[in-house]
Ligand binder design. Structure first.
Ligand SMILES: Cc1cc2nc3c(=O)[nH]c(=O)nc-3n(C[C@H](O)[C@H](O)[C@H](O)COP(=O)(O)OP(=O)(O)OC[C@H]3O[C@@H](n4cnc5c(N)ncnc54)[C@H](O)[C@@H]3O)c2cc1C
Length: 459
């Protein structure tokens, strides 16, 4: 085709689009400001421990995700989470309780009181929301399922996925599938049953039943492989200064780490950087108000601690995915993954690896603490839950100043701003975790869809 596209940002969003465009014969230049690709996605091997500093797993919710892994040749390295990891724990009264996975387990589970269980039978009879105003996730769950479900199921789940707070997250923008179940089928239980048939038709899998996977050397295998496939199309340690429209194309002014500037011409531009970084370049030599507004999307700070222990120093069998902590339980950490249970070869023999998340919207100040303060805080909480008897033998700390975009009530304004920027600037496209879902899988799907639009535009 001999067409060219400049992609700004080398996280999974930008890399997916770059790969697909290159496959179609487009000349791609991917500009990444840091010295490595992958953005949030990075794995580290140290002292025999293999840790993830960002995402730990990818959910196989769409055939597009499966296909991408195949097309980049990583099928043989893909590893599914161990069966044991289907156990998920939630803390109640300072004790870990297994999240029930069947109707019978639900009825006998100590995680919810009889009152809460009986309240569930009312759910199918509660009418759908009439959209008088935009509900937060908390308002939605309180209305349909009651307080205990909010406190002991939704609150910890949201802390685990978004590092977020259900009181401020929007149900329609952050949990659109949940919202649609109510709007389309009249309720969650009815929707769960009927929706399953339609998902099957679309070959989609729900987040609850999707399989989780990683790779033998961790998730970084994806950006590493894409870097090899994209080769010289990638410019690392390079920032974008300005993007300006020409008559039938775009001019992108870039600058490398030695402050050497250069102008690239392109038929289209894809912004795949973070929403928080949108104000760092000018659009037609000025900062558009939309860029400033979008860069204000709240991204709470999160600290990720990966802690290695001698197996004998932890009482709990670590037989599960991990444990999430409801806000009402007043712990200092959000939860922990049992990383060496999830996947093989994450820790040396007779050692275990835990990945602890701290901060988020719930306790942003906690995320800011030093490594030693965080380790002490984590060990104290882990001692209560898991019976951790000694200090870790391995510690790795990653601080994300702006971790995950929060789709808060009113997020529609941001989505409209992105669409308006695209409409007002033909040839300028946007993808990334601030658009249609924060998970790696959502981001891949979004990038695949945007790539199709770019291909049509430059045809
Ligand atoms: C701690 C943590 C745990 C997570 N856990 C999971 C999980 O288990 N499963 C899951 O599915 N998801 C998880 N997520 C979410 C998921 O990892 C991210 O949403 C996803 O990886 C985002 O990809 P992205 O490409 O949109 O953005 P990013 O990964 O943020 O990449 C954006 C890239 O753009 C670059 N960039 C930004 N601006 C510019 C610019 N102006 N010029 C050049 N380059 C620029 C940045 O340096 C970066 O490399 C987690 C996220 C975090 C932070």
């Amino acid at each position: 085709m001999n067409k060219s596209v400049v992609i700004i940002g080398g996280g999974i969003a930008g890399l997916t689009a770059a790969f697909r465009l290159q496959q179609s014969g487009v000349n791609v230049t991917l500009v990444e400001k840091s010295g490595r690709l992958g953005g949030a996605m990075y794995s580290k091997k140290e002292d025999g421990f293999l840790s993830e500093i960002g995402p730990n797993t990818i959910l196989e919710t769409s055939p597009l995700v499966t296909q991408l892994v195949k097309d980049i040749g990583l099928e043989d390295s893909k590893v599914y989470a161990n069966d044991t990891s289907s156990n998920r724990y939630i803390v109640r009264n300072k004790k870990m309780e297994a999240l029930p996975t069947s109707p019978l387990a639900f009825l006998t589970s100590p995680l919810f009181s009889w009152k809460a269980k009986l309240r569930l039978f009312r759910e199918p009879f509660i009418p759908a929301w009439d959209n008088r105003f935009e509900e937060s996730l908390s308002q939605f769950v309180l209305r349909r399922l009651g307080m205990e479900f909010l406190d002991y199921a939704i609150n910890p789940f949201v802390a685990g996925v978004y590092a977020g707070d259900p009181d401020s997250l929007s149900v329609v923008h952050g949990f659109s599938k949940l919202y649609q179940l109510e709007q389309t089928y009249g309720g969650l239980i009815k929707g769960q049953i009927k929706g399953a048939r339609e998902r099957k038709k679309r070959k989609e899998v729900s987040k609850q039943t999707a399989k989780m996977f990683s790779f033998t050397s961790g998730l970084r295998e994806v950006p590493d492989r894409l870097e090899t496939l994209l080769g010289t199309s990638i410019l690392k340690r390079t920032v974008v200064k300005d993007i300006s429209p020409l008559r039938n194309a775009w001019a992108v002014t870039i600058s490398d780490d030695k402050n050497k500037s250069k102008v690239l011409n392109a038929d289209a531009i894809l912004y795949a950087g973070r929403a928080a970084d949108l104000h760092t370049f000018t659009l037609n030599r000025k900062t558009h108000t939309y860029q400033t507004d979008l860069s204000k999307i709240y991204h709470p700070p999160v600290s990720v601690l990966t802690l290695g222990f001698n197996r004998e120093d932890i009482v709990h069998p670590l037989d599960g995915f991990g444990v999430l902590i409801p806000k009402v339980e007043n712990f200092q950490i959000l939860g922990t993954l049992f990383s060496s249970t999830l996947f093989e070869n994450r820790a040396p023999k007779d050692k275990v690896l835990l990945t602890v998340f701290i901060g988020g919207s719930r306790q942003p100040d906690n995320a800011m603490k030093s490594t030693s303060e965080l380790t002490e805080m984590a060990v104290k909480d882990l001692n209560i839950m898991l019976g951790v008897k000694k200090s870790p033998i391995y510690v790795s700390h990653t601080f994300w100043a702006q971790a995950i975009p929060q789709y808060q009530v009113g997020y529609g304004v941001h989505k409209e701003a992105i669409s308006s920027l695209e409409d007002q600037n033909p040839g300028l496209f946007f993808t990334g975790n601030y658009r249609n879902g924060i998970s790696v899988a959502d981001t891949i799907v979004n990038s695949e869809e945007i790539t199709d639009k770019i291909k049509t535009f430059i045809k």
